[in-house]
Design a protein around this ligand. Structure first.
Ligand code: FES
Ligand code: FES
Length: 157
């Protein structure tokens, strides 16, 4: 099978049951995306598929042969700088997933997609919106307080 990751096409010989996360980490040695829970509950494995955020532990690699996969290694986005400047991480284990998720989330906001806390027709990127939209990404270090301003500021860059 093939997998296009960060703009590079790879030919892989994989068991069809291999998840996208395992294909990235174990076969392509891209270890930015982390395996936290392996059950779709922590967001540590978040990557972008054609620009949309997904939990790569819940996706079969073989089903994504036509997609552009972007991992933290291939990302170049203001959210990364903002996380550094605002100290949006401690141990950094959740950080690649947080950043990929924030990039996907800002794109969703840009398209005007509402969340559970959106009021009215226009999406305003309030702290509540950021927290709600990032709620699938857990951080055991509790770096959330600095992630929220980092994401808010990145949205203005
Ligand atoms: S490792 Fe995929 S959501 Fe936790
Ligand atoms: S910075 Fe340690 S888990 Fe988030």
């Amino acid at each position: 099978m093939k997998l296009v990751v960060n703009g590079v096409e790879h030919a892989l010989d994989l068991d069809p049951r291999t998840t996208l996360l395992d294909a990235l980490r174990e076969h392509l040695h891209l270890t930015g995306a982390k395996k936290g829970c392996d059950h779709g509950q922590c967001g540590a494995c978040t990557v972008l598929l054609d620009g949309r955020r997904v939990n790569s532990c819940l996706v079969l690699a073989i089903s994504q042969q036509d997609a552009q996969v972007t991992t933290i290694e291939g990302l170049n986005h203001p959210v990364q700088e903002a996380f550094q400047e605002h100290d949006g991480f401690q141990c950094g284990y959740c950080t690649p997933g947080q950043i990929c998720s924030a990039v996907g989330m800002l794109d969703e906001v840009g398209k005007g997609w509402p969340s559970r806390v959106t009021e009215g027709d226009d999406v305003e990127l309030t702290g509540a919106e950021i927290r709600e939209r990032m709620s699938g990404n857990l951080c055991r270090c509790g770096a959330y307080a600095n992630m929220v301003p980092a994401i808010a500021e990145a949205a203005t860059r």
